[in-house]
Design a protein around this ligand. Structure first.
Ligand SMILES: NC(=O)c1ccc[n+]([C@@H]2O[C@H](COP(=O)([O-])OP(=O)(O)OC[C@H]3O[C@@H](n4cnc5c(N)ncnc54)[C@H](O)[C@@H]3O)[C@@H](O)[C@H]2O)c1
Length: 282
């Protein structure tokens, strides 16, 4: 019960990583303010939890919503101990030579500006709370190209940098700020922005689940609870000396080119060896 008596705010709590983290915090004693734009999803999160979960409608692209969320959580409980700035979606899919200003701005507002103001409006309620901290959801997409659309990757890299500068700004209040970088995690994010009939969506989800089993060296698909456990560690007393950093939780997807860990994918040295052997045989 690491979070007994603590108040935690989780955004994007109606699904996937946010839902799993809400459930995990509540199971360890926290009072969790679960925020999202999806009311039905929030209800499912609350009913799947065996702890205290308060549903709060909040669109994180609206700064007034974020402020109201933080003010409410603090007014009802006396303050805030942890905020998990996590809400998100895939954003605009266009490459840099096609993207339009509107799509770029919407993606930045959802994924980066939301985190800045999730911090901005919670801090006044966290000052003086022992062990207070933020955890922000970045992504392996911040490591380099190839994991996501362009605007998303840039926003998630921004979340990493924001995490560092915010950790420096907030050290004076002894508030820690860290990020988590999920790899390929089996959630609705891959299909939620696509409009398709239910049957096709179920098929797409099945294909994604199958793909996620083999996408990384750890031989199983990444699950929302893999990220939730990392978030709880970063928010806990055990991470009291950890700030301004980021924890990659990706089953090893970023450790190197695929041939370096997948025995079914020959790399350069295997190809050269084969050439040498075929030369010897000739
Ligand atoms: N699933 C992955 O593979 C993966 C990898 C790296 C990072 N992430 C990040 O993890 C976070 C959670 O994503 P997920 O995979 O759980 O996806 P998800 O689709 O299951 O959950 C995202 C939640 O965010 C909510 N949301 C979307 N826009 C919102 C808004 N304007 N205001 C409030 N809530 C909003 C959605 O309603 C949904 O409940 C996101 O920031 C995502 O970018 C996911």
């Amino acid at each position: 019960m690491r979070f007994n008596g603590k108040t935690v705010v989780v955004t994007g709590a109606a699904s996937g990583i946010g839902r799993a983290t809400t459930i995990a915090f509540a199971a360890e004693g926290a009072m969790v303010y679960a925020a999202d734009i999806d009311e039905a999803g929030l209800q499912q999160t609350a009913s799947a939890s065996n702890g205290k979960v308060v549903s709060a409608l909040c669109d994180v692209t609206r700064t007034e919503d974020i402020k109201a969320l933080m003010d409410r959580a603090a007014a009802e409980t006396g303050g805030i101990d942890c905020v998990f700035n996590n809400a998100g979606a895939g954003g605009d899919r266009a490459p840099i030579d096609e993207i339009e200003p509107n799509g770029w701005d919407r993606t930045m507002d959802l994924l980066l500006r939301s985190v800045a103001f999730g911090i901005r409006y919670a801090v006044p309620h966290m000052i003086g709370r022992k062990g207070a901290s933020f955890v922000n959801t970045s992504s392996v997409a911040a490591v380099g190209p190839g994991y996501s659309p362009t605007a998303y990757a840039v926003a998630k890299a921004g979340v990493l940098h924001l995490t560092k500068v915010a950790a420096a700004d907030l050290a004076k209040h002894q508030i820690r700020v860290n990020a988590v970088q999920p790899g390929f995690i089996n959630t609705n994010i891959f299909t939620s922005s696509l409009e398709m009939p239910a049957e096709l969506e179920a098929q797409a989800k099945g294909a994604i689940a199958a793909m996620s089993q083999q996408a990384q060296p750890v031989a199983r698909g990444g699950q929302p609870d893999d990220i939730a456990q990392a978030v709880l560690f970063l928010a806990s007393e055990a991470a009291g000396f950890v700030t301004g950093t980021s924890l990659i939780v990706d089953g090893g997807i970023t450790i190197g080119p695929r041939h370096s860990w997948d025995p079914t994918m020959p790399g350069l040295f295997d190809a050269l060896q084969q050439m040498a052997e075929s030369g010897k045989a000739a």
